[in-house]
Design a protein around this ligand. Structure first.
Ligand SMILES: [Zn+2]
Length: 305
């Protein structure tokens, strides 16, 4: 049994293998959020989004559950594909149909990529939807011109009237964290291997800013990324002598507090060890290939969270 419990509130499970899910569970990842995003290959028809959103609330949720990981998702039109305006219009109409389903904890990931007018229109529209439905919003920030992108994301969200307590800005770095914290929003950090934000830098950020509203995630997807970023970063933080309570907040509690505002997370169930029933099927499909199904009932976990 892992010695701590982690929440990875940003990972694209659809791009990951069952080996990853197994390794995550073994490392203590108890819950994840999979936000809707770009798939690398640009989509050409709205039907592709219907199937993708369906997989996020259906198949991927089931697949994660087969390894003892609670899977939640965020539904939204990503900034990159917002630039295909003809398609974007149809996808935006689809968002309300999926965003209010069970297991959806936020509208996301939305925001800016190249900071275009089309991106801004899609972002504003989805913020309005989130505000009207009292939803949490997960914001993707641009890789280029990040500081301005984040400032604008915050300003537009304020203008629309989204409460800052319901706004999570992701992919932060040393240059942007203060703006996000000053605004009262949650500041999430994606820990990538080798580049951008690494675990070492995250240790320093936590040391400097403390644990208030800081969230660590992996954003692991179809690119070079690490589905174990959250437990690995937590291990490094502890090794560097950071207060275990701070580490717990940045790698578990804060994400839970932010996204449990959706009312979609059964917090008590997450505190028990997971129920696993690999004899279950989803649309007649199993993740197994002839292996004996593992079946485990929920139990008090003994993990000190
Ligand atoms: Zn993402």
């Amino acid at each position: 049994m892992p010695s701590a419990r982690f929440f990875d509130p940003h990972i694209h499970c659809t791009s990951r293998t069952t080996d990853d899910l197994e390794a995550m569970a073994a490392a203590g990842v108890r819950a994840v959020i999979e936000p809707a995003f770009w798939l690398g290959q640009p989509r050409t028809t709205v039907g592709s989004f219907v199937d993708y959103f369906s997989a996020l609330v259906g198949w991927e949720r089931f697949r994660a559950s087969q390894f003892g990981i609670a899977h939640y998702c965020a539904i939204g039109l990503n900034s990159k594909e917002a630039n295909n305006e003809a398609l974007a219009k149809d996808v935006l109409e689809l968002v309300p149909r999926f965003a209010l389903k069970e297991g959806v904890v936020a509208v996301g990931e939305i925001g800016y990529d190249e900071i275009t007018k089309a991106e801004e229109r899609a972002y504003q529209w989805q913020l309005e939807f989130a505000r009207k439905n009292d939803m949490v919003v997960m914001v993707h920030s641009p890789h280029r011109d990040k500081k301005n992108g984040i400032r604008r994301s915050l300003a537009v969200a304020k203008e629309v009237g989204v409460p800052m307590a319901k706004l999570v800005i992701d992919h932060n770095n040393e240059e942007t964290v203060q703006d996000v914290l000053d605004a009262g929003a949650w500041a999430a950090f994606t820990i990538y291997p080798f580049t951008k934000m690494g675990s070492e830098r995250m240790v320093q950020i936590l040391e400097k800013y403390g644990p208030e509203r800081l969230i660590v995630d992996s954003s692991a997807d179809w690119g070079v990324s690490d589905p174990l970023s959250v437990p690995r970063t937590a291990a490094l933080m502890l090794q560097r002598g950071i207060d275990p309570e701070w580490v717990r907040r940045a790698t578990w509690q804060n994400a839970l507090d932010a996204y449990a505002q959706s009312g979609q997370i059964d917090v008590d169930a997450l505190l028990k060890s997971p129920e696993i029933d690999q004899s279950k099927l989803f649309n007649d499909n199993s993740v197994l290939r002839g292996q004996a199904p593992r079946v485990l009932g929920a139990q008090p976990s003994g993990v000190p969270n």
